[in-house]
Design a protein around this ligand. Structure first.
Ligand code: ADP
Ligand code: TZP
Ligand code: MG
Length: 262
């Protein structure tokens, strides 16, 4: 695995077009975050065009935060097209397990083998069939409680699984890493997890998924640390966070990243 700055440089050089089928809460936040990072986001979720759009995008994210039946069909079609073309797709299982509809939807998408799954601890536990203390989109469980679930999902679906929280955990079922970057204020701004999923997808274009995910998390957490130093609360954090994502250099990232093999 190269240092994280290597993957940030590669992502910015590629400025990849990433298709996002995401929830209505996240659309604007996610697009702004991805643009600040250096990617090119496009929200395209209509059943009539999702699979066709997947042919031109370099990566795809699928997020079940505000699902409906039409959107579920679009998600499956786009994931199939992306997988068939050998491009990466990232699954964000927002509030997985909260309702029967979300369980059914996740059961339909997981066999399509996401390249990467990124969620909080409660969501990853729910995907693996474990009951946790999640409250809707918010985590109620510590990252450590989801490590076994993450390894099991990674092995079952051939995915890299990222569990985010105070110290992120990333595994491909064999190798695992902890990333200790980030700030406690980050979950106080809605959709920063969803937006991270988009950044992970951008990093994964033409790169090994495990290394790309680890680098993306270190980058995101570092930007959070820089923004938290100068913000007054969640509102100004969001503004400073966009600036930090935009201004962070690969050299800075290499010196701030707190990545540990587990
Ligand atoms: N308590 C915390 N301390 C530091 N970083 C955190 C904390 N909670 C979440 N983060 C960071 O916030 C980002 C979003 O993760 P998370 O809040 O787990 O996602 P979600 O919004 O999907 O629940 C990640 O970069 C994660 O590392
Ligand atoms: C609040 C909310 N409700 C449905 S989706 C959503 C956004 C969740 O965003 P995140 O998982 O990044 O906190
Ligand atoms: Mg989330």
């Amino acid at each position: 695995m190269e240092k994280p700055g290597h993957y940030l440089t590669a992502m910015r050089a590629a400025a990849p077009l990433v298709q996002n089928i995401t929830n209505y809460v996240s659309m604007n936040v996610m697009a702004n975050v991805m643009l600040a990072a250096g990617a090119s986001p496009a929200m395209a979720h209509a059943r009539e065009e999702a699979a066709e759009f997947a042919e031109i995008a370099q990566a795809l994210t699928i997020n079940i935060g505000t699902p409906d039946s039409d959107c579920g069909d679009a998600m499956a079609a786009a994931a199939q097209a992306t997988g068939r073309l050998g491009k990466p797709w990232v699954f964000d299982p927002v509030a997985a397990g909260a309702t029967r509809f979300r369980v059914t939807l996740a059961d339909k998408l997981l066999p399509l083998k996401p390249t990467i799954i990124r969620g909080n601890a409660s969501e990853i536990m729910a995907l693996a069939g474990q009951s946790g203390a999640g409250r809707g989109a918010d985590a109620g469980d510590p990252v450590a409680a989801a490590q076994d679930a993450a390894r099991a999902l990674a092995t079952q679906y051939g995915s890299v699984v990222a569990v985010t929280g105070p110290v992120d955990f990333v595994t491909d079922g064999t190798q695992s890493y902890g990333i200790a970057n980030g700030e406690a204020i980050m979950p106080k701004v809605t959709a920063l997890g969803c937006a991270l999923t988009g950044v992970v997808a951008a990093f994964a274009v033409d790169q090994p998924p495990l290394a790309a995910t680890v680098a993306a998390l270190a980058y995101y957490g570092t930007a959070g640390e820089i923004a938290a130093e100068v913000c007054q609360g969640p509102g100004s954090f969001q503004m400073h966070f966009l600036d930090a994502l935009y201004n962070l250099t690969p050299e800075q990232l290499d010196s701030t990243a707190k990545i540990t093999a587990i």
